[in-house]
Design a protein around this ligand. Structure first.
Ligand code: NDP
Length: 479
């Protein structure tokens, strides 16, 4: 007798109303296995296509995405409660395909390399991992599901994506556009479900790209290690901003108020702690408070204001805990500071705090909200020590005269550092003309997502060594 495992419908909360208004049937592990088998078989034909043919297929997909833009944008907006960022998310698809196509044309070329031995020619060749598994989070549900998938498809991989169950609405309209491009539909699959399905994907794929929390990243990386497959993890952050004595306060406060509150601070590279030279401290706090107070919640509709709701309800508890802990230990709140409920959604206005220190969770744990705690420093050495005093090392910012700011940035244990701006790295995804970066410490492991060669993460490297001599090789047995 076959025992049927009941398929449990997953219920999804709307971030603006708090109501469950969307339900879906998760992909079962058995269905995932069948998808992986089919994707693995289809990848052979996908790889056999010329690169230009893969590029043309992806370009056709962009046309379908553009045609379905209203439905996709509506779904992402319902998933996240935000409109402006939903436009950016869908815009990324075409932009990234164009940029990565240009990169692929040069980066994927097979290269002859002269060895020191005139008889031996070396050829650097590549073979893509057949099936890439992507596991992505809820904060930018569409973009983060495709950030690694697009270069991987160009490199010749098939891709299976497991986005977060918290924000699954966008998958239906997006998958409909994929289905309209049959060649692509063979090698690009979305599966939907909770964490267990992500774990099951690790068991099916040949390589994993995981974006999410450090806690889950550890589990995914361990499981991938047991299978001996590569796993690239892009994890949490606690990005510092350092404001040096010679910094332009006007510029620094404008960049930081954006870098800390864009997408309601629900970005891995949000500025989450600010160290400002004591001589600027009071003026900086006052100006940042003015600018933060001028931002409006996105009410009554998602097109209003700048600050959307908290997408994932449990995040409100983390923010409330960080604020309560900071208050109880003596921090001063200059604006914001409360979790608000409007129409059933959970909100947090941009919040500026001073009088904070590293005994407070708000300075040491990832908050993932629009909180801007500010601490004064007296010397550059102290600022560097404080900025590096974190388990995370994703990215950060330094403001000040360029040479001084660059010198400070070089001492920070962070992968991507914006100088006199904040959060610059994501604007350069797929751009060949930007440096590579790795996540430091608990913010991740693996090759760079940024820079020309990052597409090579999806390739296994092959060294072909050709002996052109007609003579016996000196290292052969004399036989
Ligand atoms: P999670 O780690 O909770 O989830 C990420 C993904 O992993 C989701 O699809 C989740 O599924 C899935 N998952 C959960 N458990 C498992 C498991 N055992 N095995 C495999 N997959 C699993 O992250 P969040 O969704 O909460 O995202 C927020 C976090 O992501 C923050 O820490 C943020 O800093 C980080 N992040 C990092 C970025 C970077 O580039 N460094 C970019 C953006 C976000 P489900 O949600 O369905 O449970």
């Amino acid at each position: 007798m076959t025992v049927q495992t009941p398929v449990t419908t997953i219920e999804v909360r709307n971030p603006r109303t708090g109501a469950v208004d969307y339900r879906f049937q998760p992909t079962t592990p058995a269905e995932l296995e069948q998808i992986a088998i089919a994707a693995r078989a289809a990848q052979v034909d996908w790889l056999a296509l010329e690169l230009e043919a893969r590029i043309a297929i992806l370009a056709r997909w962009v046309e379908k995405v553009d045609a379905a833009a209203p439905q996709i944008i509506a779904a992402v907006t319902a998933d996240t409660g935000r409109h402006a960022e939903s436009l950016r998310e869908i815009g990324n698809i075409g932009k990234w395909i164009t940029r990565w196509s240009d990169v692929a044309r040069t980066a994927l070329a097979v290269e002859p390399i002269a060895t020191g031995n005139p008889d031996i020619q070396s050829i650097a060749d590549y073979s893509p991992y057949p099936v890439l598994g992507v596991i992505s989070p809820w904060n930018f549900p569409l973009s983060l599901s495709l950030m690694d998938a697009i270069p991987a498809l160009l490199a010749g991989c098939a891709v299976i994506i497991k986005p977060s169950e918290v924000t699954p609405r966008f998958v239906e309209p997006l998958a409909a556009t994929i289905a309209e491009v049959p060649e692509l539909a063979q090698v690009l699959h979305y599966v939907r479900g909770a964490g267990e399905l992500g774990a099951a994907l690790v068991d099916q794929a040949d390589m994993i790209c995981f974006t999410g929390s450090t806690a889950t990243g550890r589990k995914v990386a361990s499981r991938a290690a047991a299978r001996f497959i590569p796993c690239f993890t892009e994890l949490g952050g606690k990005d510092p901003a350092v404001i040096l004595e010679g910094a332009d306060i006007e510029r620094a406060t404008s960049a930081i108020v954006t870098g800390a509150t864009l997408a309601t601070g629900q970005q891995c590279y949000s500025i989450e702690r600010i160290y400002v030279h004591r001589s600027l401290h009071d003026a900086f706090v006052a100006r940042l408070t003015e600018k933060a107070s001028a931002l409006k919640l996105a009410l009554p509709g998602p097109r209003d204001g700048q600050i959307g709701p908290l997408t994932f309800a449990p995040q409100a508890e983390i923010l409330a805990r960080h604020l309560a802990d900071a208050r109880q230990k003596g921090a001063k709140i200059h604006c914001g500071g409360e979790i608000e409920t409007h129409d059933g959604g959970l909100w947090c206005a941009p919040t500026v705090l001073s009088g904070v220190d590293h005994t407070m969770a708000i300075m040491t744990e990832e908050s993932f909200g629009p909180l801007m705690p500010i601490m004064a420093f007296d010397t550059v050495d102290e600022a560097v020590r404080l900025a590096n005093d974190s388990p995370y090392g994703l990215s950060g910012a330094v403001f000040g005269p360029e040479a001084e700011a660059v010198a400070v940035a070089q001492r920070l244990d962070l992968g991507g550092i914006s100088i006199n701006d904040a959060g610059l790295a994501p604007f350069f995804i797929g751009d060949a003309c930007v440096a590579e970066k790795t996540a430091f410490k608990a913010s991740g492991l693996g090759g760079s997502r940024l820079g020309r060669d990052s597409i090579k993460r999806f390739l296994r490297k092959k060294a072909l060594l050709v002996n052109r001599s007609t003579q016996k090789s000196p290292w052969w047995f004399d036989a």
